[in-house]
Design a protein around this ligand. Structure first.
Ligand SMILES: *Cc1c(COP(=O)(O)O)cnc(C)c1O
Length: 447
């Protein structure tokens, strides 16, 4: 077993099933989990990990599974990349915590400088660091309210922004995220998004106009602090808005002194084949929220944006005990360097081409695949009853379970539970990417 504990790139890059999935040791651990952990924390696939790297996750039974999940778009550079491990080890040996608000350190400042440089737009920027995506979204709203002195926030249909009280209010889907957890924060309004597959014929600018009309009539521009949007929706179903939707919304916000906030928690850091998803259409958000892929699995999140907006809150108004923890900052610096030195933006595009081509070929002969969409290494298929747009969540569950049993980690998403999403780490070898797609093809045919 000892060799199994070596993660990173030395891990054999193969799918290997030594037992059924989950195996006996995982089942034993899962029984202990159920007895010890609150059931509110769900489990997609109860195999218990001992190592991960490249494109695989290895479990306690010695099974090696192909990873199309990246721990929900987090391990974009792969698990335990050597430069990240070295940076983290060096930092952990030097010091683990001082609290940046008590005695600061260089790593935090360097992360801020790097984010200010690489996020969309060449304007003067500032950054503040947090622990989770939800916490960063909350703080983007605080900053926008302090700047505009207005209360209202607009989020969209199918949006996901987190599980804290304010971000539950901003999240669209009731089960599992919100049900029974209210009352929710006030002054959050919902607008229709552009969802080309379910919105056929409505082009980007028209979809933006539809949202803006509603905002003007139901919220009132003079009350609106911020419009918060995922440039490609994550949990909501990898919904890619029609071209021109985001640009029209952003320019309306500019014209009305409304802060345009891009939630790039899932899409950021090369995932979509651009450094940030906003880059694809040249959208420049006033504030951009990042987390997930930022630090290779260490908890870190950020709000980056226009200096005059970011500096609106008074001194002491932003922060948190652990925000910008030095170990997470060391990891983030390693991630951001690796994205550049290893050409990971291009790698995400190549993965996207491979996946899209194969999935479109599957769609051509299978009417249950209603849509193939996404960008870069963030691709999904929406499953429907043949020849309709009626969601088939049951089929989606069967295909995910079938893939898991064959050693392929896939996730589902979507408001209607009928989207299979693929988020491989960019370190996945081509042969595992192809093998994963072969498995999907076979499982769909059997389902
Ligand atoms: C995951 C996610 C969040 C919440 O991030 P946490 O770190 O889980 O709090 C917010 N927004 C988007 C788009 C996400 O995908």
């Amino acid at each position: 077993m000892a060799d199994l504990h070596t993660g990173g790139p030395d891990l054999p890059q193969e799918r290997r099933l030594s037992t059924e999935i989950p195996g006996p040791r995982s089942r034993e651990l899962h029984a202990r989990k159920i007895a010890a952990v609150a059931q509110g924390v769900g489990t997609v696939l109860p195999i218990y990990a001992v190592a991960a790297g490249g494109g695989v996750v290895v479990d306690v039974d010695g099974n090696s599974l192909i990873d199309f999940g990246s721990g929900i778009a987090v391990t974009t550079i792969g698990n335990s990349a050597p430069t990240l491990v070295a940076a983290v080890n060096e930092q952990v040996a030097a010091f683990t915590h001082t609290c940046f608000m008590v005695t600061p350190y260089d790593g935090y400042v360097r992360v801020a400088e790097t984010l200010n440089r690489i996020t969309p737009g060449s304007h003067d920027k500032r950054t503040v660091l947090f622990n989770s995506g939800a916490e960063a979204v909350e703080n983007a709203v605080k900053i926008a309210r302090a700047h505009t002195r207005r209360p209202a926030v607009v989020a969209f249909d199918h949006a996901y922004h987190g599980r804290t009280n304010l971000t539950m209010a901003m999240t669209a889907k009731n089960l599992p995220y919100k049900s029974g957890f209210g009352p929710f924060a006030g002054e959050v309004y919902r607008a229709p998004v552009s969802y080309p597959f379910r919105d056929q014929g409505v082009e980007g600018p028209a979809a933006a106009r539809r949202a803006i009309d509603l905002i003007e009539k139901q919220v009132g521009t003079e009350n609106l602090a911020a419009v918060v949007i995922e440039p490609i929706q994550g949990e909501g179903g990898f919904v890619v808005p029609a071209p021109g939707f985001l640009t029209a919304l952003a320019s309306w916000c500019r014209a009305n002194d409304v802060v345009f906030v891009a939630d790039e928690v899932q899409t950021g850091f090369a995932r979509t084949g651009d450094l940030f998803a906003c880059d694809q259409e040249g959208v420049v958000p006033d504030l951009i929220v990042t987390a997930k892929g930022i630090a290779g699995g260490l908890p870190l999140a950020a709000v980056t944006g226009r200096a005059e907006i970011m500096d609106a809150p008074h001194v002491g108004g932003l922060g948190g005990t652990y925000g910008g923890n030095p170990i997470a900052c060391a990891a983030a610096l390693a991630v951001m360097e690796l994205i550049e030195t290893d050409g990971l933006v291009g790698r995400a595009r190549d993965i996207g081409l491979t996946m899209t081509e194969r999935l479109k070929a599957m769609r051509a002969v299978d009417e249950r695949i209603g849509d193939v969409r996404g960008r870069g290494a963030m691709i999904a298929i929406e499953l429907v009853e043949p020849g309709t747009r009626t969601p088939d969540a049951e089929l989606t569950r069967r295909v995910a379970a079938g893939a898991h049993a064959k050693g392929l980690i896939v996730l589902t998403c979507g408001t209607f539970g009928n989207v299979l999403r693929f988020l491989p780490p960019l370190s996945i070898p081509d042969q595992l990417l192809t093998e994963g797609l072969d498995i999907l093809d076979a499982v769909l045919k059997e389902s």
